[in-house]
Design a protein around this ligand. Structure first.
Ligand code: NAD
Ligand code: ZN
Length: 382
């Protein structure tokens, strides 16, 4: 029996308060409105951005809320005006969107800062009517980055949905909807190291290791990894990283250590930590004259990036990127096809180190907080 047009009752992991374990609740999910799609989520994984907005240390609190943005699923029904998606389509919801009409989406610079659907961590409602599609006994439950994938069903704007090859394994491609593209794209689309160059990667979570994979694929000669957590170095050995630096092992700033190791600085650096100190180090460790640093980590509200202007005058370049500069709707179907055809050179199994049933979603938070493993796949149907 079709559920289209009806309220669906299903399980969702609700964050009621900052830092308190999520609780699995029965929620009502309203039908999709104009330009919206309702998706049955099969797999979701935890990214550090979810943890920041759950902890809310230095981020705007908004509760009760359904977090989650790295996921895969199947379209259940579509709202008015949706023509490119239909029930049964295999999809990845994506935290930043593409309306295909605004000056950003039409820009030849291929950036993905859509005027309508760019990432917004502070909005908890849908754009169509400023309301939530989730409720418990009529009480609204807020959305997160327009995706809220810690729910068996969710409602997403069509511009935040990538329709993918139906033969792609939905469990394995789940991290493509955030961490993999974010890191890999930051290197291959934005930092663009040339063959034989040196690349420093700050932060060895899934995002940083995907950035390292990008460096390897581009033919980097040295990939220098920086992290405060020595446990991450073991994991990272599987990713072609050649050298490790733990800033805690030195009594001088890590940028100085890297400049010395490389005789003047790395050619490219990619920061994937969210620490403003690491962002500054990542910038200051690139070579003058040509070095490029790309920031990826999500900073806190009151962070400020401080460096001497001479570091820029000396012809270093500082950039930043959301979602690896991929256009979510236009580029991701092809990214998934390339993964399927083994053209990307990425092995997704190396990134998915843990797996839990939905009821154990809080374990995924524990793993991330303790820096254990990389991505933890949460099975919504289990
Ligand atoms: P993660 O927690 O798995 O990995 C982050 C790593 O950074 C950890 O291993 C941690 O030990 C390390 N780290 C923290 N502070 C450090 C410091 N000062 N110096 C060196 N290493 C340090 O997180 P993740 O899921 O891989 O996400 C990484 C970052 O990317 C987060 O800030 C996340 O919010 C951000 N992110 C950005 C985008 C985007 O589009 N720009 C998308 C997804 C995630
Ligand atoms: Zn993410």
């Amino acid at each position: 029996m079709s559920t289209a047009g009806q309220v669906i009752r299903c399980k969702a992991a609700v964050a009621w308060e900052a830092g308190k374990p999520l609780s699995i609740e029965e929620v009502e999910v309203a039908p999709p409105q104009k330009q919206e799609v309702r998706i049955k989520i099969l797999f979701t994984s935890l990214c550090h951005t979810d943890v920041y907005y759950w902890e809310c240390k230095g981020y705007t609190p908004l509760f009760p809320r359904i977090l989650g943005h790295e996921a895969s699923g199947i379209v259940e029904s579509v709202g008015e005006g949706v023509t490119d998606l239909q029930p049964g389509d295999h999809v990845l919801p994506i935290f930043t969107g593409e309306c295909k009409k605004c000056r950003h989406c039409l820009s030849e610079e291929t950036n993905n800062m859509c005027d309508l659907l760019r990432i917004n961590c502070d909005r908890g409602v849908m754009l169509a009517d400023g309301k939530t599609r989730f409720s418990i006994n009529g009480k609204p439950i807020y959305h997160f980055v327009g995706t809220s994938t810690f729910s068996q069903y969710t409602v997403v704007h069509e511009g935040q949905v990538a329709k993918i090859n139906p033969t792609a394994p939905l469990d394995k491609v789940c991290p493509i909807s955030c961490g993999i593209c974010t890191g890999f794209g930051a290197t291959v689309n934005v930092a663009k190291p040339r063959k034989g160059q040196t690349v420093a990667i700050f932060g060895l979570g899934a995002v940083g290791l995907a950035a390292a994979e990008g460096a390897r694929v581009c033919g980097a000669s040295r990939i220098i990894a920086v992290d405060l957590n020595p446990r991450r170095f073991e994991e990272a050995k599987k990713f072609g990283i050649t050298e490790f630096v733990n800033p805690k092992d030195y009594n001088k700033p890590v940028q100085e250590v890297i400049v010395e190791m490389t005789g003047g600085g790395v050619d490219r650096s990619v920061e994937c930590t969210g620490s403003v100190q690491a962002m500054i180090s990542a910038f200051e460790c690139v070579h003058d004259g040509w070095g490029v640093c790309v920031l990826v980590g999500v900073p806190k509200i009151d962070d400020a990036f401080k460096t001497h202007p001479l570091n820029l005058l000396s012809e270093r370049t500082l950039k930043g990127a959301f979602y690896g500069n991929y256009k979510p709707v236009s580029d991701i179907p092809n990214f998934v096809n390339k993964y399927m055809n083994k053209e990307l050179g990425i092995d997704m199994d190396k990134f998915i180190t843990h797996s839990v049933p939905f009821a154990d979603i809080n374990k995924a938070f524990d793993y991330m907080l303790q820096g254990i493993g990389l991505r933890c796949l949460i099975h919504l149907d289990a």
